[in-house]
Design a protein around this ligand. Structure first.
Ligand SMILES: C[S@@+](CC[C@H](N)C(=O)[O-])C[C@H]1O[C@@H](n2cnc3c(N)ncnc32)[C@H](O)[C@@H]1O
Length: 281
């Protein structure tokens, strides 16, 4: 690791805390490729995963607007670096630090995000090897979903402690209301190749908006903004079919839905992913 980011304690402690979940993720990390299907929807046409990825990155940038050019940003549960790589392209001055419990993912993160300043650390939430207030900001994308309640609140508290009181955290996790909409009685999961809310090799769950807001409060954070992609969520099922026939049409509809989503994304609207901007105090 370069610059002033120092991992405290024993970075191998996460490895010592062997758990079934970690073994599953390590196996997945060695089997998967650095592509969107390995971290988003396995069965969704590429064009739709690209759209979701685009929305995630846009939400992170919006949530972290105003950070200094040389900000130090932690990406927790970083995987192979999907989000960090996009941030590095768009904010080359930021020092990105990826933390993940699967060592193969940490190694891939360093290669995939590449360049400097970038660092990867092996750490299993709720343990993080950083002193309080180390980071200007943090992001956690589709990682808290693998905790049961109240474990995710403990993990969230640990992340918030590493962020400066003046900093920001952006959280993006599956939204329960959105999942209810886009599955349309269980039709879509067959297309997507997974059962929403049901068993998958890595588990995972969706959050209701009220649970999300209460968890942030209990973790000591303050919810500043919450937003989603309700229009895209409603269109996801038909678009999955359209994209099989004409990816170009699906891409155009996705682009058009962005503008409408900017207006429609209200606090209560159901969304396949919910993004929140949180301040540590
Ligand atoms: C679905 S992937 C998301 C990866 C990345 N954030 C993205 O959106 O592309 C979930 C990641 O969380 C990591 N993870 C799950 N539980 C974790 C924990 N308790 N501590 C640290 N990382 C964890 C997994 O190893 C995996 O890389």
């Amino acid at each position: 690791m370069d610059r002033a980011i120092t991992a405290t304690g024993d970075p191998d402690r996460a490895s010592v805390q062997a758990s079934e979940a970690r073994r599953v993720w390590e196996r997945r990390a060695t089997e998967c490729h650095d592509d969107l299907r390995s971290v988003l929807f396995k069965g969704l046409p590429e064009v739709l995963n690209q759209e979701i990825h685009h929305r995630h990155v846009a939400a992170v940038l919006e949530g972290l607007a105003g950070l200094p050019e040389n900000a130090v940003v932690l990406d927790v549960g970083c995987g192979y670096g999907r989000v960090s790589a996009a941030l590095r392209r768009m904010r080359p001055g930021w020092h990105l630090v990826g933390a993940d419990m699967a060592r193969p993912f940490v190694e891939r993160y360093q290669q995939y995000v590449g360049g400097s300043p970038t660092s990867g650390v092996c750490a299993q939430l709720p343990w993080l090897p950083f002193a309080e207030s180390t980071f200007d900001a943090a992001v956690v994308v589709t990682c808290l979903m693998y905790f049961e309640s109240p474990g995710w609140v403990t993990a969230l508290r640990a992340i918030l402690q590493t962020v400066k009181p003046t900093g920001s955290l952006v959280i993006i996790e599956p939204g329960w209301q959105g999942e209810f909409i886009y599955t349309v009685g269980g039709i879509l999961p067959r297309i997507l190749g997974r059962r929403a809310g049901g068993p998958s090799p890595t588990g995972g769950r969706a959050f209701s908006l009220s649970e999300f807001a209460a968890g942030v409060r209990h973790a000591g954070g303050r919810l500043r903004q919450i937003w989603g992609m309700p229009v895209l969520t409603c269109l996801l099922t038909p678009l999955a079919g359209i994209a099989q026939v004409s990816p170009r049409t699906a891409r155009r509809v996705c682009a058009a839905s962005r503008a409408v989503d900017r207006i429609a994304q209200t606090r209560g609207a159901g969304s396949v992913y919910v993004a929140a901007s949180v301040s540590p105090t």
